[in-house]
Design a protein around this ligand. Sequence first.
Ligand SMILES: *[C@@H]1O[C@H](CO)[C@@H](O)[C@H](O)[C@H]1NC(C)=O
Ligand SMILES: [Cu+2]
Length: 248
Amino acid sequence: MKSTIIIGLTASAQAHTIFQKLSINGIDQGQLTALRAPSSDYPVYDVTDPHLACGLQPGSHSPTVLPIRAGDTIGAGWGHVLGGAQIPNDPDNPISPSHKGPISTYMARVEDAATADSNDPGLRWFKIAEDGLDTATGTWGVDRMIAQGGWAYARVPECLEAGEYLVRQELLALHSAYDRMGAQFYQSCAQVNVTSSGSYLPSGEETVSIPGAYGQEDPGVLIQIWVNGVPDNGRKTYVVPGPRPISC
Ligand SMILES: *[C@@H]1O[C@H](CO)[C@@H](O)[C@H](O)[C@H]1NC(C)=O
Ligand SMILES: [Cu+2]
């Protein structure tokens, strides 16, 4: 009995996640297709870590660049480990429900999405979607991703200029964020080629570098979300780290 309990605790302490597949307008593009994804489900803790851009290395780097249209809905598919469940009926797939927090989707324009250096400090990342805390219900972006079977969605703005982009989706787990370096950043990147009649490319304050966008003690990173034993930030407004999503 004792050993069972210890195994249980160990499993939940390591109940992390990986963004490992992309969907376009609801169509699953296949495991790791067009992705740069970590092979480990461990998070990045240090906001200055270069792996904050496209995930902890070592990992995989697909040669594929997927064609999409401005206005399409892209989905990021999350799983506990590569392939999804770690064990049959894995309660921590796609992620342990303990991992409350926001999900954000960023893009950066690149010349060649297949080969672009994701740590190029010249990359200007802009946010196209974020799903933080719903103060009416006390639920987080992570809760909605789990309810959607492991998928979190973002719409590619119609105004965006055509060209190749990296798409980065970040899941920020805040269950231990009351300690400095306790927030857990999970992310992968997808390589896409956007066709569009739009001509907008975000610049200036709409964009950030990654790493660089966050500080370790930012109010959305170092935060106690547990209030009276409930991880709902006391239903107070939570501002998702980074810039607001572009609107155009
Ligand atoms: C991106 O799309 C443009 C326009 O359709 C096409 O000319 C180009 O070859 C595509 N690039 C890649 C890498 O697929
Ligand atoms: Cu975890």
